[in-house]
Ligand binder design. Sequence first.
Ligand code: DP6
Length: 329
Amino acid sequence: MKATATANANIALVKYWGKRSSDPILPQNGSISMTCDGMSTTTTVEFSDKYREHTVTINDEEFKKDEKDIHGHIDRICKLAGIIQHAKVVSESNFPVAAGLASSASGFAALTMAACTAAGLKLSKKELSIITRQGSGSACRSIFGGFVEWVRGQKDDGSDSYAECIASKEKWPDFRMIATIVEAKKKPVSSRGGMAQTVTTCPYYKDWLSTVEDDLDTVRKGIQEKDFGKVASTAEFNALKMHATMITTKPPIIYWIPATMEIIHAVRQMREDGINAYFTMDAGPNVKILCLDKDVSEIEKRVNELDGVVNTILCKPGDGAALLDKHLF
Ligand code: DP6
């Protein structure tokens, strides 16, 4: 009753922002992401009679209960599998946790795959994405590799709200994302809290929703056509629209810090200079630059010269979640 899984983070090109239900987690809108090779979490789960309660250790630290209910997610999987044992969970990520770098996406995807396997559940990837979604929405996309769409669905039970691969990593191997790390600190407002506040208090939230379908169509088509400008410019505008809803909640949620603006302006300058670079951002101050492989070295050189940039992480389209033979304990 022990299994280990690894999963990559994913960065949305069309963002999931807002829930229509929090239990089960169901999105207001569909989203599309790239699974990021190079930003991964590996998790070992063991169920045994020798454990008196679930224990979760993340990056060598005991996990303290927060709004992302990891213990509740393990209980959910135990219930599905019909087992009564408790779990020991050990998890390691190779990038900063909770800094708007989608650590919960790789974390919940790896946890769900490892726990379901350790509990003896035999599931398709679609079924795994549905269970993962109940732990953290965006994590359902990390079950798959390459370019992934999380379809909104219509049903209240969530059986039609799952992720699916829309293009393999081989389809567009030179697509790149450079995560610029400006501040590897825990963010002041979580994505969960931020999106709930947006749905209830932002006067423009309905306008966000009214434009997402078009963004999904454009990005989906752009990926099939490998039209970088179409995909990346739509992703940039989509991120700005999402941040516009964040800034106009009560109280306002402003994730940007001066270094965030510095990078945004640098990316715009790159475009002036003929470099095909665009940006996207999530619920945090870090900027992710979208580009093609041929422009990576020039872009990295320019951003690393900026005062506020601590370091960069380069990602290409990566694999979906997978089981590993080697356990962490
Ligand atoms: C801005 O998936 O972390 O990164 O479902 O409450 O766990 P919960 O939220 P989460 O939100 C991610 C929001 C985002 C956009 C995205 O990844 O699509």
